[in-house]
Design a protein around this ligand. Structure first.
Ligand SMILES: [Zn+2]
Ligand SMILES: [Zn+2]
Length: 95
């Protein structure tokens, strides 16, 4: 998908972001808006299979269906893996 497909020129001669309705007289502004608002969304990776999900909810849904795991179980597994991968000096304090 290219940025151009998410920008539309309105009948008033404005450029509009099709994702959220943001409008500007300058196409440039909408391109930049797109990059900043819609292309930089944090994506969450499944620590088990590496599948990229858009948010924690879809990750929870994915792990529940694909791995039969709750997100809380997954987080425990993920943090345990991160801890063991890090040098001892950087160990995170547990509450
Ligand atoms: Zn937008
Ligand atoms: Zn997965």
């Amino acid at each position: 998908m290219t940025l151009a497909t998410s920008i539309m020129k309105t009948s008033e001669g404005l450029f509009q972001c099709l994702k959220c309705g943001y409008q500007s007289k300058k196409r440039d502004h909408v391109v930049r808006h797109n990059g900043r608002i819609h292309e930089t969304l944090p994506k969450i990776k499944c620590p088990i299979c590496g599948k990229v999900t858009l948010n924690e909810y879809s990750l929870a849904e994915h792990t529940r269906i694909a791995h039969k795991l709750k997100l809380s179980d997954l987080k425990k597994a993920a943090s345990a893996a991160t801890e063991s991968a890090q040098p001892a000096a950087k160990k995170i304090k547990k509450k």
